[in-house]
Each structure stands twice: as structure tokens, then as C-alpha cells.
Design a protein around this ligand. Structure first.
Ligand SMILES: [Zn+2]
Length: 220
């Protein structure tokens, strides 16, 4: 595949957790991380240096701790509530800056690769920042995006309704059995994402399920 693939991840672990088959697959891949927490960015930089994939992150420094507060205030994740909450959480100015930086990166990436690109974004299930990032990218790229199913957020019971609703507009492009790469994937996660060791322990039930990785596209 000649196309340049860009996996956009709101947080430092999303691409490895949700779309490792692309990272390990036969693609020319780059990573863009949105959240800019110094420790986590450093973990990510080391991981992708080890794997041998170009790694980028937004220059804007911000820590995304919106998850728990959002879920206290709202039972479902949708773009309207996510925007309202994130505006409150980060302030309108910061949120606008995040949006602008994402769009600028996309513009430059597309220009650099003469439009021969495949952009991969979170499906936006279960996390306000995931759906926000998806929405920002969709505002400039209407067609042809790949959406990775968010691990572990989209597999939680409370995310079921959102998954069902989104299936009105999106369809499964491929479901990838990760049995062969699962061990490597989680070993790398444990080795490089030291700040996420609590999460990795807490989510081991979902990890052990060896769920396939799913890519969705917008229905035409
Ligand atoms: Zn995330």
C-alpha cells in the first residue's frame, strides 16, 4: 500500500489499544497524539521509536482529565454533550486551539503527501475527547475516513446504546482477528506505558477477551 496512513489518537495509548493491526501491518503509518501530557508523550515517543514509526504530537500542552467528570454528568456520549462539557472543562479558547492545531496538522500532512493519505480516527464511543476529535476531523474530511473502535471504552455496557446508534450512520469495514499479535501488543503496552499500569490491570478482563480490532466507515 503506497498511501500514507495517519492514525490520530486522542491519548497516548489509543492507537496501540484499538488499531495495532495497522501499526504492525503492511502500511506506511504515522501517529498523531492530541493530548500533550509530558510523561505520556515521552512514553509514546519511545514506543514508536522502538517500533520504527514516525510519531507526532500537538504542540499545545494540555492534560485530558475530562473522562470521569463527563460520565458523572452524562450517561451517554454524543457530540453535543461532549462539546458542551469540554468547553466548560478546558475553556472555549483552549478547545478552539486544539481544534485549530488538529486542522493545521491535517492540512500539512495532506499537502506533504499530495493527498495520497488514509486518515484513521477514533469511532468516538464512550469518551468525550474521542468523539470531539472525530468530529473535528469529519468537519474537513467528509469521505473515506477509517474509524477504529475505541478500546476499552466502546466495549463497556454503558456504551452499547451509542454503538447501536452509530451503526445507523457507520458500517463495519473489517474485523481483524488479533490472536497472533495480541501478546506483542500487550507486552509493548506494559513495557512502554508505565503511567497506564493501573488501567492495564483494571482492564485485564477486556484484554484477555482478545477482542478483534474493528474498523468502520461512514455509510454512503
Ligand atoms: Zn483515549
Amino acid at each position: 500500500m503506497a498511501k500514507k496512513v495517519l492514525i490520530i489518537q486522542p491519548h497516548s495509548d489509543d492507537a496501540l489499544f484499538s488499531a495495532s493491526h495497522i501499526i504492525f501491518g503492511n502500511y506506511k503509518t504515522e501517529i498523531l497524539t492530541i493530548e500533550n501530557n509530558k510523561k505520556r508523550v515521552e512514553e509514546d515517543r519511545r514506543l514508536y521509536e522502538f517500533i520504527g514509526i514516525p510519531y507526532n504530537h500537538l504542540g499545545l500542552e494540555f492534560d485530558d482529565q475530562s473522562f470521569y467528570g463527563y460520565h458523572k454528568a452524562y450517561s451517554d456520549v454524543n457530540i453535543e454533550d461532549a462539546k458542551t462539557y469540554l468547553k466548560e472543562f478546558f475553556g472555549e479558547e483552549t478547545l478552539e486551539k486544539i481544534e485549530k492545531e488538529i486542522l493545521l496538522f491535517l492540512y500539512n500532512f495532506d499537502k506533504k503527501h499530495h493527498g495520497d493519505t488514509q486518515i484513521v480516527v477514533p469511532w468516538g464511543v464512550g469518551h468525550p475527547m474521542h468523539i470531539f476529535v472525530r468530529d473535528v476531523v469529519e468537519s474537513v474530511i467528509a469521505k473515506g475516513l477509517w474509524y477504529y473502535r475505541d478500546f476499552p471504552h466502546s466495549y463497556k455496557k454503558r456504551a452499547r446504546r451509542q454503538v447501536e446508534e452509530q451503526l445507523n450512520d457507520y458500517e463495519l469495514l473489517r474485523s481483524v482477528d488479533i490472536t497472533d499479535i495480541a501478546e506483542t501488543k500487550w507486552e509493548l503496552a506494559r513495557k512502554f506505558y508505565r503511567t497506564q499500569s493501573g488501567l492495564l490491570w483494571f482492564e485485564q478482563g477486556y484484554i484477555k477477551k482478545n477482542l478483534p480490532e474493528e474498523i468502520y466507515i461512514r455509510k454512503s
